[in-house]
Design a protein around this ligand. Sequence first.
Ligand code: ATP
Ligand code: LTN
Length: 342
Amino acid sequence: MSDNSVGKRKRVLSGVQPSGNLTVGNYVGALRQWAREQYNFESFFCVVDLHAITVPYDPLALREKTREVAALYLACGIDPEVSTVFVQSHVSAHAELTWLLNGITPLGWLNRMTQFKDKSAKQQVDSVSMGLLDYPVLMAADILLYQADAVPVGEDQKQHLELTRDIAQRFNHLFGDTFTIPDPMIPPTGARIMGLDNPTAKMSKSETGSEYHAVYLLDPPNRARKKVMRAVTDSGREIRFSRDPERAGVNNLLELYEALTAQSREDIEQQFDGKGYGDLKKAVAEAVVDMLGPIQQRYEDLTRDSSYIDNLLARGAERANEVASATLKTVRERMGFLEPLR
Ligand code: ATP
Ligand code: LTN
């Protein structure tokens, strides 16, 4: 069936869209976990460029961001000698499997997706693309092609993972056991960092309304500091983790601090006992700057030679294609397509 059989290391697959500047949310929610888990799993990390065309975009920026995101994967600790790093559109099986899975995915399942509802609500009704609705099926294809056992993502992708499992189960039921059913792998801290300018909305790289929304991984230290110092809080004084929506801003800073320093909540609350919001912001800003330093240094080294990343992506696509095309072949057979004579 798949070449992911007993005795082999389990697999992970994940991806980020080249749809803007990567944020500290992307790092603590996704990339940092990938870098850790690559030693425990056989890992595939793709830059999901086909996903990035589901909302209006600029072709020149897409190409540039695709390279940038790949380089940031490495800068954040993905080792290309350990993991397969590639660009989604370089492996045509992703688009092909999406079409095949479209045939067995009920429209009602897609209409229920909260990301679709949120992103389509931000556009004119007439300009919402078919691709935006079909986005989760493409994501399912990404994951199922590699027979991934686990998918390291932030909290917001949980619903898409559930849909992937539903599609895989439906396929297995209709055509025989073919796909591994993947589990979500969501980090215990930092799985949902909120916007610094608006702590009721998830921090997101494509949100460009305010320049104080997110700290980007490539922000110079002073800009990063300034963004944290300007973060929206409330008029209270107490520095405690809290689910109270009124206190979402302070809670978000505390959660970011927790994710970056790996201290317990009790220790953090004790550290800030009797202190003010300004002290908390300073501490978070320094933790953020300390995290960014080595990433930016590696990013600079990696991008000095422009062909390095392109070569590595070519190698990655080759390896990814071996795995993906084997799965696709099985799928085509099971679904009843006539094989062409060769
Ligand atoms: P976009 O705004 O273009 O939708 P995004 O910033 O939400 O982008 P994605 O490319 O959709 O980022 O997601 C990449 C990974 O980062 C996913 O695993 C996602 O769950 C995770 N992630 C995104 N935003 C956050 C956040 N604010 N906190 C934690 N994890 C996040
Ligand atoms: N939809 C994801 C990005 C994504 C992804 C994937 C994540 C596309 N394909 C496969 C994990 C596995 C998001 O984070 N918005």
